[in-house]
Design a protein around this ligand. Structure first.
Ligand SMILES: Nc1nc2c(ncn2[C@@H]2O[C@H](COP(=O)(O)OP(=O)(O)OP(=O)(O)O)[C@@H](O)[C@H]2O)c(=O)[nH]1
Ligand SMILES: [Mg+2]
Length: 390
């Protein structure tokens, strides 16, 4: 029988060892102990500096760095691969046709074979000297996740403007309140964990947004053992920030989803809000049709439906599905498809309403039931047929 058990007994992190497999002696390469996942978008100047700092910060540790680059136009992936050509610890996962910090971190962690995974930014704002103490905490087997915190004793974010400091603290408070957490920095982008935590919850984690740690902690719930270590958040020296208003919306969406156990998504809320604006547009167009243009009711009603659907499509395209916005020819084919979907939605509204009225005899229950049916239909089918995720 092959002595393959010896493979399992090799100490983690030993880069190469010889084990007996059957009758042959073969070199065995074990996985590193720690993968450092670094999401990047246009960080070509920062990557070489970060690699140098990691080399100094982790003596005696078997580590690797997985740069997850979303096809940066500045050639960050090429820079990473050039470094990786002479140092196999530096790997690059290049994603094409996709953007998103959380998704990049998730894919990086899932690409790792290490026992522990850390996530840190490429722009040198996170203090790499914290990695060793984080690793020591995890090795002690007392915790599952170690979070680098800016807002506990010994930590700081002095480089933040007053405005950004306030926004960050407010977002922190909201996260703790809404999700029932007690963390000083739940929005931290700098943390280390047992990688099997991510394997366990991977299917439930959102690939949108900026706040992967918050997602992991709130999805896993009380089962996770957490620890915090303070550090000083540094100023970005090179490259530009990717923070924008969309990130605030994604954050609101994550809170909503987690607070309702993934029942409600921000997309659905926006879809409903757009639908209510559409009702207003419908009535305004209807009254203009009847009172100003002098159309008969059926013609004015038809015009109002056509205008309201076009309005809903334009608003959903701009807001609800802003990350999958349709342009050019796709805008018009999408609009046509949205007309088809909405027409079927209106028919289902009528038939469900009539059926309920037949059973219930209460007009508003029947009306509400029909409306809910058509909103859910329109939402589900248009997200599958009109704004298909690529
Ligand atoms: N792969 C990938 N990485 C991203 C994306 N957006 C941001 N990043 C990276 O994620 C890290 C954090 O982004 P930053 O723009 O520095 O965000 P921040 O640190 O909250 O903001 P600043 O303090 O203004 O720098 C950086 O390494 C970015 O290059 C993205 O869409 N995809
Ligand atoms: Mg940054």
């Amino acid at each position: 029988m092959p002595k393959s058990r010896e493979l399992l007994d090799l100490p983690i992190g030993e880069s190469a060892a010889i084990a007996e497999v059957g009758l042959q002696r073969e070199p065995v390469f074990t996985a590193p102990e720690l993968s450092i996942i670094v999401p990047t978008f246009n960080e070509c100047e920062n990557v070489p500096v970060l690699v140098d700092r990691l080399r100094k910060a982790l003596p005696g540790v078997a580590w690797e760095m997985i740069i997850v680059d979303d096809d940066s136009p500045d050639g960050t992936a090429d820079v990473a691969r050039t470094i990786g050509a002479s140092d196999a610890r530096i790997r690059c996962l290049r994603r094409v046709g996709r953007r998103g910090l959380s998704g990049a971190c998730l894919e990086g962690m899932l690409a790792s074979q290490a026992r522990y995974a850390a996530v840190m930014d490429a722009d040198l704002q996170h203090d790499e000297r914290l990695l060793l103490p984080m690793l020591a905490k995890l090795r002690s087997d007392e915790v599952d996740v170690v979070i680098g915190t800016r807002y506990a004793q010994g930590g700081g974010a002095d480089t933040f403007s007053t405005g950004r400091k306030w926004i960050s603290l407010l977002a922190t408070r909201i996260a703790n309140k809404v999700l029932g957490l007690k963390l000083s920095d739940p929005l931290s982008g700098f943390f280390m964990l047992r990688r099997n935590v991510v394997e366990t919850y991977a299917r439930k984690l959102s690939t949108h947004g900026f706040k992967i740690l918050l997602d992991i902690v709130s999805t896993a719930g009380k089962s996770l053992r957490l620890a915090e270590l303070p550090y000083q958040f540094r100023a970005r020296q090179r490259g530009t920030s990717k923070l924008d208003t969309r990130i605030a919306l994604d954050y609101a969406g994550l809170l909503l989803a987690k607070a309702t156990s993934d029942l409600l998504s921000l997309r659905f809320v926006f879809f409903c809000l757009v639908g209510s604006v559409g009702i207003g547009v419908h009535f305004i167009t209807l009254s203009i049709g009847v009172a100003v243009i002098g159309l008969s009711f059926p013609w004015a009603q038809t015009l109002a439906i056509v205008v309201a659907i076009a309005n809903n499509f334009a608003l959903n395209n701009a807001i609800t599905y802003r990350d999958q916005r349709l342009t050019g020819v796709n805008y018009f084919t999408g609009l046509l498809m949205f007309y088809v979907v909405s027409s079927i939605g209106a028919l289902s509204n009528m038939s469900v309403g009539n059926w309920l009225f037949g059973h219930e005899q209460t007009w508003w229950v029947a009306g509400l039931g029909g409306a809910i049916m058509s909103v859910v239909w329109n939402y589900v089918v248009s997200s599958l047929m009109v704004w298909r995720s690529r």
